[in-house]
Design a protein around this ligand. Structure first.
Ligand code: GTP
Ligand code: SPV
Ligand code: MN
Length: 593
């Protein structure tokens, strides 16, 4: 039975049914009973594997095809009506042409299969920030993941109402999981997403990157708000006041880890606490008080498994101990628990590696083979998170004091610096560069420009996106958050990370918050304001002030090279490059003379 009377939804759904020709249509109301039936069915077909229900209650395992383990940027399209609206950083195709091509591929694709109709809400039900989507899919894995990642079910239709046409249409079919026929396509002007031939996270959980970033960034531009690839965290001081920071790092560069950090002992003792609001996406609006307010549109964490352990991120690990779906990690066959590289030093002997082969874990890892795929992930409910902010469900979100950019840079970027103004901050975001990771298919470890960590996620012309940032700054005026840049990934000559990172990153956040409150000094460098080395608290660490000084060093030769790279990058944007950013680049070059 239909869960809504909304004619716009029903009309679109009729079209999708006529196109894909499923044997059955099932509306997902989100009830426990329905979800349990789907879990049982997926277990019986082998799509999902039941894990040890005593150690990992409610947890399931899923393995994707080896050719389908990450986002596919070269097969991701922004099909705006005009090519120039997609800009030089997106793949573009004429919408008509793409619709025709996809039509042929979707025609009858669900024959003999069930179509699941998933209503979902991005953001808390009832929040003015929130937006509704409907995803139709032939994958139970998608239904079970969307249940964790979004507010899924009948309530989403209540949020939409019976008349509204403001919902994002998402059509997904795993089809034959054929990489040659894999397409992740967005029609921003039509509020529509089409995904085919994949069954992997970011390609198929259409509420996440496709809606909450690519479509939402376009909507934000139209409607005067921002959709960003950012974590949101709160730092509570001993007086109980909480200040919020958002941070944009590229995929697999530390957002989940920073969002859930555990304060170093010296801060814990004094009563500092860190609260997680979000680990991947922030939607931000100017509130009635003129400040910038952020919500996390998601309801769970789709986090990188490798490297997560009791030391690096105990909160994330705790979050995954129940009701979690693990994708492409390794299984310990003896007790049906999960394992990944960096969990501990004891790979299971009777391991099932991520592709499904039974291997001796110890020997296997010794060969340099990975038991878990480097982009293996957990899908875990936010409510499990021990440090979840009490503002997580707040309809108004949280006020943002600081915006932090960052990436993986072995040499150039210092540990932290502050922009001189919002405009300079937008420049700092626009010149972000980072070594690529396993989160997308393609080479790993190659430095590429990734402005605001949005290169794969901006649903329109990046030049217009920067203009939108500048306009938001004008509207915010002196209430604008301060903008910073961090780099946890500087390496020494042997390639080891110099900065301890993880929980100790709070030491850097403390300087950032002190700057926001006018309580810390800074020194001016060619690239912006930096802390005095003594102002980064190193109590309890076995590194010296001199190391901090090294980490803060701005190597002018490297930065002159960097400026050349920025020039080259900027030329792509032609006359869409805001003049303000051109001016900032000229200032940087002058400062480096
Ligand atoms: P997406 O979910 O892909 O958007 O990624 P993310 O930004 O949330 O990345 P995540 O926090 O999962 O970090 C991914 C990798 O970065 C893991 O291998 C971590 O161990 C590593 N990492 C995170 N924080 C730090 C840090 O402070 N220092 C170092 N050296 N590594 C870190
Ligand atoms: C990322 O790649 O930035 C992710 C994972 O957060 S995915 O949802 O697959 O995009
Ligand atoms: Mn991400």
């Amino acid at each position: 039975m239909a869960l809504t009377n909304n004619k716009n939804v029903l009309r679109w759904l009729d079209e999708m049914i006529a196109l894909t020709k499923p044997a059955h249509v099932e509306w997902i109301d989100g009830s426990d009973e329905q979800l349990q039936k789907l879990r049982d069915e997926a277990i019986s077909t082998g799509e999902m594997i039941k894990l040890n229900q005593e150690e990992l209650p409610g947890c399931l395992y899923h393995r994707t095809r080896p050719n389908d383990v990450a986002r596919v940027e070269d097969r991701t399209f922004i099909c705006s009506i005009k090519k120039e609206d997609a800009g030089p950083t997106n793949n573009w195709c004429d919408p008509q042409e793409m619709h025709e091509k996809l039509h042929g591929m979707y025609d009858g694709v669900m024959k003999g299969r069930t179509m699941y109709v998933i209503p979902y809400c991005m953001g808390p039900i009832g929040s003015p920030f929130s937006k509704v989507g409907v995803e139709v899919t032939d994958s139970i894995y998608v239904v079970l993941n969307m249940d964790i990642m979004t507010r899924m079910g009948a309530d989403a239709f209540k949020q939409l109402g019976d008349e509204s046409n403001d919902f994002v249409r998402g059509l997904h079919s795993k089809a034959d999981v054929d990489p040659e026929g894999r397409y992740i396509v967005h029609f921003p002007e039509e509020n529509t997403i089409c995904s085919i031939n994949s069954a992997y996270g970011g390609n198929v959980l259409l509420g996440k990157k496709c809606f909450a970033l690519r479509i939402a960034s376009y909507q934000g531009k139209q409607e005067g708000w921002m959709a960003e690839h950012m974590l949101i965290l709160g730092v509570e001081n001993p007086q109980g006041e909480v200040k919020y920071i958002t941070a944009a790092f590229p995929s697999a560069c530390g957002k989940t880890n920073l969002a859930m950090l555990i304060p170093p002992e010296i801060y814990k003792e004094k009563g500092y606490k860190v609260w997680t609001v979000g680990d991947d996406i922030a939607w931000m609006r100017i509130g009635p008080d003129g400040r910038l307010w952020a919500i996390n549109p998601e309801n769970g964490f789709f986090g990188v498994a490798p490297g997560t352990n009791t030391k690096s991120n105990p909160n994330a690990l705790a979050t995954t101990r129940k009701g979690t779906i693990f994708t492409n990690v390794a299984i310990n066959k003896d007790n049906m628990t999960v394992w990944w590289e960096g969990l501990d030093k004891n790979p299971p002997v009777n391991a099932i590696e991520w592709k499904g082969a039974e291997v001796n874990g110890k020997e296997y890892t010794a060969e340099g083979n990975k038991l878990a795929h480097p982009n293996s992930r957990f899908t875990a409910p936010a409510v499990n998170c021990p440090c979840l902010s009490k503002e997580f469900d707040s309809p108004n979100g949280v006020p943002v004091s600081a915006i932090v950019f960052g990436g993986r840079r072995a040499k150039t970027a210092p540990l932290v610096y502050q922009s001189r103004s919002w405009q300079h901050g937008v420049f700092v975001g626009s010149i972000m560069a980072s070594e690529t990771t396993a989160a997308a298919t393609g080479a790993v470890g190659v430095v590429r420009r990734d402005p605001m960590a949005m290169l794969p996620f901006c649903g329109y012309h990046m030049g217009d996106y920067w203009k939108h940032w500048l306009e938001m700054g004008e509207k915010l005026g002196d209430k604008a958050p301060k903008i910073f840049n961090v780099n946890w990934f500087r390496t020494d000559d042997e390639g080891h990370f110099i900065w301890p990172g993880f929980g100790d990153n709070l030491r850097v956040l403390m300087w950032i918050l002190d700057r926001c409150e006018g309580k810390a000094d800074a020194v001016e460098t060619p690239i912006g304001f930096e802390p005095k080395a003594e102002d980064i608290n190193i109590e309890g660490l076995d590194i010296t002030v001199d190391t901090i000084r090294d980490l803060l060093n701005v190597d002018k030769d490297l930065w002159r090279e960097e400026a050349k790279g920025i020039h080259e990058f900027y030329t792509k944007f032609g006359d869409k490059l805001p003049k303000e950013l051109q001016d900032e680049l000229a200032t940087l070059e002058a400062n480096l003379k």
